[in-house]
Design a protein around this ligand. Structure first.
Ligand code: AMP
Ligand code: GLY
Length: 429
């Protein structure tokens, strides 16, 4: 089985990750029409933005039928965790349309931290030691906290919009946080809480494309999560990304392959879990050995923006290999250059921030690719429409060169309250 020679693609999502996907998909000679739901001001120049809620599966089906969609690519986790793959696969009228993403069962690797931990234990995949607790065994949780050394890592089991991981320095604070989580701070996502050993090291993001049997490792990236320079202040959706990551060298990646990637794919297959999508493995390098911090069942944002700039081969060919189990025959060509993404955010982010400020300077961009994250177009102008506004990405021969190109581009883009981190990549230089 193959995709048609010319095909119509529906991409779900509307952030920087989806603009980067759309940019790459639009370069394929195989593309017919590209639709992005809901998209943003950046994706509007590459395809047609459509007012479709990615978790409203009924309207998704109608859209697929009306527009002769041949492939659905899912950007964010929510539709996957809600079962979009199964919905399409089990519907007689649209089951011939491949969905790039895991099944409902596979999406539990991100949708339930407890499931992900038990999966890693079953398949002997290195991760922090842990236990899971609910209201019923809170006394045991207190005793477990007392048995650990600071700092304490608490994770709400379910999806909590990226806010469900809390790290605390004292046992008292950890117990108080546990009470709040079990008391509904994150709604039902916190009914179960994973408490785990703190791992110290440096993190990176490994992206794997799989058809359930074969796999391709995409460029490795590092993202910068905190709002402030020097990795200070509150967590954000991501303030920048660098790819490749110097410490993820051949020897380290060989360990990642043999101790993490291969056991993960084999584990999914052994458990009869259908997975034709991306696996994003958040890793901690602990003294040269990789440990899994978390799985995500989609690509990362802003890592995708950096990763897409380094992929030279056709992305539709990659999707085809993932969908039809032929990834072993798919060619993936990666540029040796370095990509640097610097995210420009709105003033106040990640707390309350302002929307609707006009963005200028986007017309004459040189030396960078500006992916839109939270933007909207109105009457020929572009306005801020989210906390993360733009993901300015550049290639270079070194980290220094790539980041300085992104900084130069940012100097010429203006909106009220523009903020970005000037230390992206510094720790890797
Ligand atoms: P997550 O929301 O799962 O991406 O987790 C947020 C961040 O918490 C991770 O990127 C890590 O920086 C940190 N983290 C999570 N688990 C651990 C752990 N076991 N040890 C140290 N840091 C951790
Ligand atoms: N950059 C981290 C994430 O996408 O979850």
């Amino acid at each position: 089985m193959r995709l048609p020679a010319s095909l119509n693609v529906l991409l779900l999502g509307g952030g920087g990750r989806e603009h980067a996907f759309a940019w790459k998909i639009a370069q394929s000679p195989r593309l017919g029409k590209l639709f992005i739901a809901p998209g943003n001001a950046g994706t509007a120049s590459l395809g047609m933005n459509v007012d479709l809620n990615p978790t409203n599966f009924g309207s998704l089906k109608q859209f697929i039928l009306t527009n002769n969609i041949n492939l659905v690519v899912v950007g964010p986790e929510e539709p996957l965790v809600k079962g979009v793959w199964n919905f399409v696969h089990e519907d007689e009228e649209i089951h011939h349309v491949p969905v790039i993403g895991p099944s409902l069962e596979g999406a539990r690797l991100e949708g339930s931290k407890d499931f992900a931990k038990t999966f890693m234990v079953r398949h002997n995949i290195p991760t922090a030691s842990y236990r899971s607790f609910s209201k019923a065994n809170i006394e045991e949780a207190y005793a477990f906290i007392d048995s650990l050394k600071a700092p304490y890592v608490l994770k709400a089991d379910g999806l909590a919009a990226g806010k469900g991981v809390v790290i605390l320095d004292s046992a008292e604070a950890a117990k108080a946080e546990l009470n709040e989580m079990l008391g509904g701070k994150f709604g039902a996502a916190g009914n179960t809480v994973v408490i785990e050993e703190f791992l110290s090291g440096i993190e990176c993001s490994v992206f794997v494309a799989t058809d359930g049997k074969n796999y391709k490792v995409l460029p490795v990236a590092k993202d910068y999560k905190r709002i402030g320079e020097g990795d200070t202040g509150p967590n954000t959706g991501g303030m920048g990304a660098i790819s490749p990551v110097p410490f993820a060298d051949t020897a380290f990646m060989e360990k990642v392959r043999t101790t993490i990637i291969e056991p993960t794919i084999k584990g999914l297959a052994d458990e009869k879990i259908t997975y034709k999508g991306f696996i994003f493995i958040g890793l901690m390098n602990v003294g040269g050995n990789p440990y899994v911090i978390e799985y995500n069942v989609r690509m990362g944002d802003p890592e995708t923006e950096a990763v897409m700039l380094r992929i030279e081969s056709d992305i539709i060919d990659l999707f085809e290999g993932m969908a039809f189990g032929t990834l072993d025959k798919t060619e993936l060509v990666v540029s040796p250059k370095t990509a640097a993404t610097v995210v420009c955010v709105a003033a106040g982010y990640p707390s309350a921030y302002h929307k609707g400020d006009e963005i200028t300077g986007l017309a004459d961009i040189n030396g960078s690719t500006v992916f839109h994250a939270g933007t909207v177009a109105r009457g020929g102008k572009v306005y801020t429409n989210g906390g993360r506004v733009l993901a300015v990405t550049s290639l270079g021969e070194s980290i220094e060169e790539a980041v300085s190109r992104s900084f130069d581009t940012i100097e010429n883009i203006h909106y009220d309250g523009k903020y970005f981190r000037r230390d992206i990549g510094k720790d890797l230089m």
